[in-house]
Design a protein around this ligand. Structure first.
Ligand code: AOF
Ligand code: ZN
Length: 388
């Protein structure tokens, strides 16, 4: 079982304590349910961070479900751990309760997301927690899924279980930013990625080691459910892949706007043809056979993101390489229409010759500041990440 393989933190045996009293979590109040005032101590936060760490083990495998981790603690000792490995498989709480066995009785269950209270592909986690006789459930955030939202909390409280919500809430929200976005908007969470030279030229190159194991690009390919690329990139070079261990390769969404009647994707084998979908604005034959082709009157990002969400993709990377004008026009007004949530820009330590205005800019006519911008240096390049 996935959960039995994970290591446990070695902590001194002391009970979970309620340290500083903060105001009740926003989620708790908004949900209109009565939870205990939030009392998150250092240990609470420690166990919740462990839940998030466990949840991340399934990055790239859980969509359309969220990533969820769960830790069961009794008398200050971790007695069970688990995470949700994949949609269709049991939820995090089930793995953690199995791992804890009888020791779950009177224990505190930490879970990064509100336990579900519905019969989906799997039975409700609330019932599993109630049957295991846990004393308390501490959760990172409520589940935005309308069929769950706060019903899990109500059910647990109705069974006499103490509930606290909002421990490490920001971290839990970031973990599932794509799942939350898809749940609330009906569209896939989109991140725009581009590489620039130091003189501001958009380039197809990636930074040194970026697409090798451990490189940021290889990690993005593991984490994102899909990648939108231009037909020019698909024709010219190998399709983007992740070299991370156990990675689930992304779906390829290939924009073939204004493309001739034949598109050959040399690096895609027939065996992997189902990994790609070509969106074209006129009838087109695609090789290898077996690639899905959708001919649309107009190719716009809004419809693409809705289509991807309907197909169960939570996140997609818009990879701005070999991006001709039609690809660039996809991104017109992305900020105004809230189509792109995040931007990742890599700046290479090179100066590049300009071939004209085409490769100087992307993203249309908008001006706006980015939020929560972070940067780091990777192999001599600078990676900038910010939210729209
Ligand atoms: C939890 N723990 O580990 C996960 C939850 O079709 P199902 O049965 O897998 O249900 C999917 C929904 O359950 C998903 O949309 C989300 O609301 C919740 N996911 N809940 O208590 C978990 N993955
Ligand atoms: Zn569940």
């Amino acid at each position: 079982m996935a959960s039995s393989l994970v290591s446990r933190p070695h902590l001194s045996a002391r009970p979970v304590r309620a340290a500083s009293l903060a105001s009740p979590s926003r989620a708790c109040v908004a949900a209109g349910v009565r939870c205990q005032a939030q009392a998150a101590g250092d240990l609470d936060r420690h166990y919740m961070r462990r839940c998030v760490e466990l949840a991340r083990k399934a990055a790239g495998h859980t969509s359309p479900n969220p990533m969820v981790g769960c830790v069961i603690v009794r008398d200050g000792r971790v007695v069970g751990e688990g995470f949700h490995p994949k949609a269709g498989q049991p939820h995090a709480e089930v793995f953690a309760l199995r791992d804890a066995g009888d020791l779950a009785e009177n224990a505190t269950a930490y879970v990064s997301l509100e336990p579900c209270n519905h019969y989906g592909r799997t039975p409700p986690c609330t019932e599993a927690l109630i049957n295991a006789k846990v004393k308390e459930v501490v959760m990172g955030m409520t589940d935005p899924n309308p069929i769950v939202a706060s019903k899990g909390i109500e059910k647990l409280q109705g069974a006499g279980i103490d509930v606290r919500v909002g421990v490490e809430e920001a971290l839990c929200r970031k973990l599932n930013e794509a799942y939350i976005h898809r749940m609330l908007s009906g569209k896939a969470f989109a991140t725009l990625r581009a590489t620039l030279s130091m003189n501001g030229i958009v380039t197809n190159q990636l930074g040194k080691g970026a697409d090798l194991s451990g490189g940021y690009y290889s990690q993005l390919m593991k984490e994102y459910d899909g990648v939108i690329i231009s037909s020019d990139l698909a024709k010219m070079s190998t399709l983007p892949v992740s070299h991370e261990a156990g990675a689930n390769q992304p779906q390829y969404i290939i924009i073939a706007q204004g493309e001739s009647s034949r598109l050959h994707i040399p690096s895609l084998s027939e065996e992997h043809a189902s990994k790609a979908i070509v969106l074209a604005d006129s009838p087109i034959t695609v090789e290898p056979a077996g690639v899905e082709v959708a001919v649309l009157r107009q190719i716009d990002l809004d419809s693409i993101l809705q289509l991807l969400a309907q197909r169960g993709l939570c996140s997609v990377l818009v990879d701005f390489r070999e991006a001709g004008e039609s690809f660039a026009s996809l991104l017109n007004d992305f900020q105004e229409e809230k189509l792109v949530q995040k931007v990742v820009v890599e700046v290479l330590p090179v100066w590049l010759a300009s071939e004209g205005l085409n490769n100087l800019a992307f993203g249309g006519s908008q001006s706006f500041p980015l939020k929560n911008v972070e940067h780091r240096e990777v192999n001599g390049s600078v990676l900038l990440e910010g939210y729209v």
